[in-house]
Design a protein around this ligand. Structure first.
Ligand SMILES: [Zn+2]
Ligand SMILES: [Zn+2]
Length: 430
């Protein structure tokens, strides 16, 4: 009897130890205990959590897992989502930077080719990504705007997309003209969705501001001020940006060669992101440029590593970040050595998914671990039902080719009708 009781106790003890060990293991893998919980939150609760964020970036994490860390109230998080050259490649998209603030606001600076999937990897509901600042109208700085705009509409953004961009020397070189034409260019795409999906997110709100503005305020909401300064790149109509919030200053060159406006207005920034192009020697050997072309592009249209270093030495940010080059193991040392000829301060040479947590007393630099199988977040607001009366009709000719396959499609409708208590009927009958 004693022995039986003893073995029962032993069994209970083993069960208890295993249970405690499993909890401990789980907590070790999930130091804030939030990973599992976040998945169970409703979108509204997720949004509320993003707004009220008492937890600082987790000190014991060497890697950033998007969607699992709140920001401190006074903290800024900057995520590199496009750091490469004009031609996107699997490792690096073209220019795009995400700035997230402890007050819940989020901003995109440039939206270059290939960056949309990197934006998606941040697991942020599209409604929170409705503010984009474009530094100039090169395709490597706005190439993914159409997919983000229209794709975002399909993927549950229910707020208009707000875009700020510079004027040009004449109206046809300005942002407004470019985006008017973009809307026209995608008439067919927009037409297919008319009356079918909730199109609130399809609306574009474009704010074109004068490219000549020097430290002029172009955005001032919720304690966040964004200013623009002229950049020297391509044609008239390129700018750089300065974002200030809560005593923190983020500056972003987009593309420019060294210029007096940048030097005057970005001094002492907390994080200074500036283009740092491939050295002309590598433009010749790796990219097949003619030597004169490499010199022109690499120092007169863009900023070489040595020029980048000089600009940082003159402005002394808390952290200098160079981007806009193919950053590989055999390239980075050469770029770094050239930067170090002219600058010896804090430096990061950016890669896609590099993350910067910025507070007044600390700047952490980490890489993200990305979930390749990420899905878009559900809509945050209640969607409006389709209004098929607004759908654009298709011709009898096209209809005549449709195979309705009622024996196949009927049961699919039945399945939904049964589950949701509806009575929908397929459009194509036969
Ligand atoms: Zn450019
Ligand atoms: Zn560029």
């Amino acid at each position: 009897m004693y022995k039986i009781a003893n073995s029962k106790l032993t069994l209970l003890a083993i069960v208890a130890v295993v249970a405690v060990a499993m909890v401990a293991l789980y907590m070790k893998g999930h130091p804030d205990g939030s990973v599992g919980k976040i998945l169970k939150l409703t979108p509204e609760a997720q949004a509320a959590k993003a707004k009220i964020s008492p937890v600082k970036a987790l000190k014991d994490r060497d890697v950033y897992y998007p969607g699992t860390e709140n920001l401190g109230r006074n903290e800024m998080r900057v995520v590199a989502l496009g750091t490469g050259m004009p031609s996107a490649r699997p490792k690096q998209a073209a220019a795009c930077w995400l700035v997230e603030l402890g007050n819940g606001d989020k901003f995109l600076f440039d939206i270059g080719s290939g960056c949309h999937e990197r934006i998606a990897a941040q697991k942020i509901p599209y409604d929170h990504l409705d503010k984009i600042f474009i530094g100039h109208l090169h395709v490597d700085h706005m190439g993914d705007l159409p997919t983000f705009w229209l794709g975002g509409t399909v993927m549950n953004r229910l707020t208009p997309l707000r875009i700020w961009g510079p004027s040009g020397s004449t109206p046809e070189y300005g942002t407004k003209h470019a985006l008017d034409l973009m809307e026209k260019m995608y008439a067919w795409d927009i037409g297919t969705r008319s009356g079918v999906i909730d199109a609130r997110g399809m609306k574009l709100e474009v704010s074109e501001f004068p490219f000549k503005g020097i430290n002029e305020v172009i955005y001032n909401e919720n304690g966040v001020v964004v200013r623009s300064i002229p950049a020297v790149h391509g044609l008239d109509g390129a700018v750089s940006f300065i974002l200030e919030w809560n005593g923190l200053k983020f500056v972003y060159s987009s593309d420019t060669i060294p210029n007096k406006w940048w030097v005057e207005h970005t001094k002492g920034a907390d994080i200074s992101i500036h283009e740092c192009f491939l050295p002309p020697t590598l433009l010749v050997t790796k990219q097949g440029f003619a030597p004169i072309e490499a010199l022109q592009v690499g120092t007169q249209g863009h900023t070489s590593p040595e020029q980048f270093g000089k600009v940082m030495a003159m402005t002394q940010p808390r952290l200098a970040v160079g981007y806009h080059f193919y950053n590989d193991f055999d390239i980075e040392p050469e770029v770094r050595t050239r930067v170090r000829k002219t600058y010896d301060g804090p430096l990061a040479l950016a890669l896609d998914y590099m993350v910067f947590n910025v507070t007044k007393d600390d700047i952490r630099v980490r890489m993200s671990a990305i979930d390749e199988a990420v899905w878009p977040s559900p809509a945050l607001k209640k969607k409006s039902p389709p209004d098929f009366t607004k759908a654009i009709p298709i011709s009898d000719f096209t209809k005549s080719g449709a195979m309705g396959l009622p024996e196949i499609v009927g049961p699919i409708y039945d399945e939904i009708n049964k589950k949701y208590g509806t009575n929908y009927k397929p459009g194509f009958k036969e």
